[in-house]
Design a protein around this ligand. Structure first.
Ligand SMILES: NC(=O)c1ccc[n+]([C@@H]2O[C@H](COP(=O)([O-])OP(=O)(O)OC[C@H]3O[C@@H](n4cnc5c(N)ncnc54)[C@H](OP(=O)(O)O)[C@@H]3O)[C@@H](O)[C@H]2O)c1
Length: 314
C-alpha cells in the first residue's frame, strides 16, 4: 500500500519554481511542514495564522530552504485570526494584492483543529460557532474569494477528514449544529457530531467548488494521525506529557506520520503532475482514494454551498 514515502519519492524531483502557494494554518503542525515543502520545491510561499513569532519563524525557515534560489521569490507571513469573516476577506484581499497578476497556484487550508465539544460563539460580527468559523467557514471563504477574484489559478486543497463516497451527508439545515439536540449534547456526543459534520462539509465544499469553478481543482484529504501540537488546544494539560511521549510512537504506526513526512502527500496531490487523474482528490494518509460523495453533488451539497456563500458575502 502506498505511503507518504511514496509521495516523497514522487516529489523528489518536483520543481515548483515560478509557482506560489498560500498555506492557511501554516504557523505550525501540518501547515508549517507543507509550507516548508513548497519552499524546498522552489515555490513562493505565504503563511497565514495568528501567532506572529511562529509565523515569522516558518517564513525564515522557508527562506533558508530556498537558499541561493530565494531571489525573486516571496516568503511572507500574513497575521490573521480567521475565526472572523472580516479577517478572511482582508486576507483574501491581501493575497490578491501581493500576488499581483500571476496570482497564486495553490491554496492549502489546514487551519483549526479537532472539535472540543463546545458550542461557543466568536466575538466577531457576524458571530458564528467558534469551531465552525475556523474549520469550515474560513476555509470556504478563502477558497471562494480567491477563486472568484481570479487570484487562485490551480488547486485548493484542504486537510481535514473526508468521508468520501461512503461518508454520511452534511446536515445542511443546521450547518453550525445550533439546534438544541446538538447544542445540549454531552461533550463526547457533540465532539462526534462536530467531527462528522466537519468531514461532510469539507466534502461538500470540495465537490461544489469544482462545479462553481470548473477550471480549478479541489481536494480534501484525511491526514491519519500526524504528531503535532494540536492536542494541546483541546486536552487538559496533565494529559499532555503522555501525548508527547506516545505521539512519536503513534507516528511510526502505519496510519501515522511526523508532520514533515505527511507534508509530502498534500504537496504531491496539489502540485505534482504525476498525481493527477488518480482519484487522489479525496484520499487518506496512505493515499488510498476514498471516492467522491454523490450526495455532495446534489441538493444537499448545493444548499451547503449557498449557505456558506451567503455567510461570506452578506
Ligand atoms: N494532526 C492530526 O493527527 C490530524 C488528524 C485529523 C485531522 N487533522 C486536521 O488537520 C488540520 C491541521 O492539523 P494540525 O495537527 O496541523 O493542527 P495544529 O498543529 O494545531 O495547527 C493548526 C494551525 O491552525 C492555525 N489556526 C488555528 N486557529 C486559527 C485561527 N483562528 N485563525 C488562523 N489560524 C488558526 C494555527 O495557527 P495559529 O495558532 O498561529 O493561529 C496552526 O497553524 C486540522 O484541521 C486538524 O483538525 C489533524
Amino acid at each position: 500500500m502506498p505511503s507518504s514515502t511514496d509521495a516523497a519519492n514522487h516529489n523528489a524531483r518536483l520543481n515548483l519554481s515560478g509557482k506560489t502557494a498560500a498555506v492557511a494554518g501554516g504557523t505550525q503542525g501540518i501547515g508549517a511542514a507543507v509550507g516548508l515543502r513548497f519552499a524546498q520545491a522552489g515555490a513562493s510561499v505565504f503563511i497565514i495564522g495568528r501567532n506572529e513569532q511562529l509565523g515569522q519563524d516558518v517564513v525564515k525557515r522557508c527562506r533558508a530552504e530556498a537558499g541561493r534560489n530565494a531571489d525573486g521569490r516571496t516568503f511572507e507571513f500574513i497575521k490573521a485570526d480567521l475565526s472572523s469573516v472580516n479577517e478572511v476577506k482582508r486576507v483574501a484581499g491581501e493575497i490578491k494584492a501581493k500576488a499581483g497578476s500571476n496570482g497564486i497556484d495553490y491554496l492549502v487550508t489546514t487551519q483549526g483543529g479537532p472539535p472540543a465539544g463546545k458550542y461557543e460563539l466568536t466575538a466577531s460580527t457576524p458571530a458564528h460557532d467558534a469551531h465552525f468559523a475556523v474549520q469550515t467557514l474560513s476555509r470556504f471563504g478563502l477558497a471562494y474569494l480567491l477563486a472568484q477574484s481570479g487570484t487562485l489559478k490551480d488547486t485548493w486543497l484542504s486537510v481535514c477528514a473526508p468521508g468520501g463516497a461512503q461518508g454520511p451527508p452534511a446536515d445542511a439545515d443546521d450547518i453550525e449544529l445550533e439546534k438544541p439536540e446538538h447544542r445540549n449534547r454531552w461533550m463526547l456526543g457533540r465532539i462526534m457530531g462536530q467531527g462528522k459534520q466537519d468531514g461532510a462539509l469539507g466534502d461538500a465544499m470540495a465537490v461544489q467548488f469544482t462545479k462553481h469553478f470548473p477550471n480549478l481543482r479541489s481536494a480534501h484529504l484525511f491526514p491519519g494521525y500526524v504528531f503535532t501540537n494540536a492536542p494541546a488546544n483541546i486536552l487538559p494539560s496533565f494529559i499532555l506529557p503522555l501525548v508527547n511521549l506516545g505521539g512519536p510512537l503513534l507516528a511510526r504506526m502505519p496510519f501515522g506520520n511526523l508532520a514533515h513526512q505527511y507534508a509530502e502527500v498534500p504537496v504531491y496531490v496539489a502540485a505534482n503532475p504525476l498525481a493527477r487523474g488518480q482519484g487522489l482528490e479525496f484520499c487518506n494518509e496512505r493515499m488510498k482514494p476514498l471516492g467522491s460523495p454523490k450526495w455532495a453533488e446534489g441538493e444537499v451539497g448545493a444548499k451547503v454551498w449557498e449557505r456558506l456563500r451567503r455567510m461570506i458575502e452578506e
